[in-house]
Design a binder for this molecule. Structure first.
Ligand SMILES: Cc1cc2nc3c(=O)[nH]c(=O)nc-3n(C[C@H](O)[C@H](O)[C@H](O)COP(=O)(O)OP(=O)(O)OC[C@H]3O[C@@H](n4cnc5c(N)ncnc54)[C@H](O)[C@@H]3O)c2cc1C
Length: 448
């Protein structure tokens, strides 16, 4: 009988497969889509250009990602981060340098104080068991939005931190608890790192796109990957686990599940999962974000000393913009993040309306040259049936204290991976890799 069936060919499933392959175990990967990568998706165009429609950045302390890049000979480069950023508040466009926008001094002091306060609070949360913090119940029942509102004394500080955090969590701040936010920050080390390019989670990009890495990781065991194999049911007994879908059935000693929680909730388990796990996977929702790309012959804004970064209030469809051009600026790409309610409204418009909305903003920021893009593309994983949203699963309010580590706990022969099963870099590709490697390790330990 085969040793392991891995469900899901995202970074987590592939990271698990890689460990099992090195340990000479027999396994297959069942992947619903016709490609690897899941929430990482590099769209490659006929003219040789590429865009990362899913995850794209890595940064310091994401040690597994850097080690994998080294092992597979995948190059990375610094995210462009020079010059003036744009602040677009109240229909006024201002430029500023550095991480914190040019707003009035009271708002600046308030922001600085609040960021420090959140850093201090997150530092004390044990990422491996956030429910054990003495104030976990209180924090888990406060909405992040209420906490931010209570601690902001000006409208500007409230706006800046709200839009920054929406970009970090990919959701409206009323959808998560303070505890989930603090856990997420701690799992990625600190808030400053999560919002920064330099020395932060947005520091590097992969040459050729993030999918290059996952494809190379899987190259040695391509024949073991079954594409277009969405799993519908998992049945385990004392000796084995049976995994089935439309037109296929496999059996193995163990299974690793490496898919987003809402999709795990749609699999029929027999016997049923424990009630803790089952209730949790049915309550975790996914974040909502769209990535919008305006492509130019060159990153012309750099000549006028603009970084390509912007932070904007509700009158813009985009919370934040970044320069997402490839290495050496071979062509120019501005990436806009539209998140939560803004994403909902934005994707109701036609493609042409969406393009015009982004163009208008770029002309406002960077002048007439912005009027001549070579292409516009946008993408949201919310519309993808095998993702249902992103960047990651959002614990329900009160969820950490009620369900604790139910998500990552094995259920007999079923082991749990995916970025949502990681206590380090939860929500990030690094977290996906770590969880996949951990799940594979749990199976290897069992059998040694
Ligand atoms: C727009 C966007 C931007 C992001 N930016 C970043 C970033 O810059 N840096 C970063 O570190 N992270 C980023 N992330 C998050 C990161 O991409 C994810 O955390 C990570 O890729 C998750 O990997 P995973 O393997 O856990 O899950 P997934 O990538 O979701 O993989 C799960 C796989 O399982 C498959 N699947 C689902 N259901 C079934 C089923 N029933 N049967 C079989 N297969 C199934 C799916 O098709 C998918 O391939 C971003 C995500 C998005 C969407």
């Amino acid at each position: 009988m085969m040793d392991v069936i891995i469900i899901g060919g995202g970074f987590s499933g592939v990271a698990a497969a890689r460990i099992l392959h090195k340990a000479n175990k027999s396994f297959i990967v069942l992947e619903a889509r016709e490609r690897l990568g899941g929430r990482v998706y590099t769209k490659r165009f006929e003219n040789g250009q590429y865009l990362d429609f899913g995850g794209q950045w890595i940064g310091p302390t994401q040690d597994r990602m850097y080690a994998l890049c080294k092992e597979y000979g995948v190059d990375y480069f610094e995210t462009y981060n020079e010059g003036y950023n744009i602040l677009d508040f109240g229909q006024k466009v201002k430029k500023y340098r550095g991480l914190i926008p040019k707003i009035d001094i009271i708002s600046l002091l308030n922001l600085d104080w609040l960021l420090r306060k959140m850093e201090r609070m997150a530092k004390n949360i044990p990422a491996s068991k956030p429910w054990s913090h003495p104030k976990s119940e209180t924090y888990d029942n406060i909405l992040l939005s209420d906490f931010i509102k209570k601690n902001c004394i000006t409208q500007s500080s409230h706006k800046v931190i709200t839009y920054g955090l929406e970009t970090v969590f990919a959701c409206g701040l009323h959808t998560i608890s303070l505890l989930h936010a603090l856990f997420y920050i701690k799992s990625g080390h600190n808030l400053n790192g999560l919002i920064s390019i330099k020395d932060g989670a947005q520091q590097h990009r992969i040459v050729g796109g993030m999918q290059t890495l996952v494809d190379r990781m899987a190259a040695e065991f391509q024949s073991k990957i079954h594409f277009n194999h969405p799993v519908e049911s998992i049945k385990q007994d004392t000796n084995s686990v049976g995994v089935a879908g439309d037109g296929f059935e496999f059996e193995a000693k163990n299974v690793i599940i490496a898919i987003p929680p809402p999709l795990a909730a749609e699999i029929k388990f027999s016997p049923e999962l424990t009630s803790q796990k089952s209730q949790l996977i049915n309550r975790i929702s996914m974040g909502k974000v769209g990535k919008c790309f305006m492509v130019y012959d060159k990153p012309f804004w750099r000549d006028s000393k603009f970084s390509g970064q912007a932070l904007a209030d509700e009158q813009s469809p985009f919370q934040t913009l970044f320069d997402s051009s490839p290495k050496n600026g071979e062509y120019g790409v501005i990436l806009g993040f539209t998140i939560a309610d803004r994403a909902e409204d934005f994707f109701k418009k036609s493609l042409e309306q969406r393009k015009q909305a982004m163009l208008q903003k770029l002309v406002d920021y960077f002048g007439e040259e912005a009027k001549n893009p070579t292409a516009y593309h946008d993408f949201t994983m919310t519309d993808e049936i095998w993702s249902r949203g992103c960047y990651a699963g959002l614990y329900p309010v009160g969820g950490w204290t009620a369900f604790q580590n139910a998500y990552s706990k094995p259920e007999d022969r079923i082991f749990w991976a995916g970025t949502e099963a990681s206590d380090a870099w939860f929500g990030y590709i690094e977290g996906a890799v770590r969880a996949g490697e951990r799940a594979a390790g749990e199976i290897l330990d069992l059998r040694s």
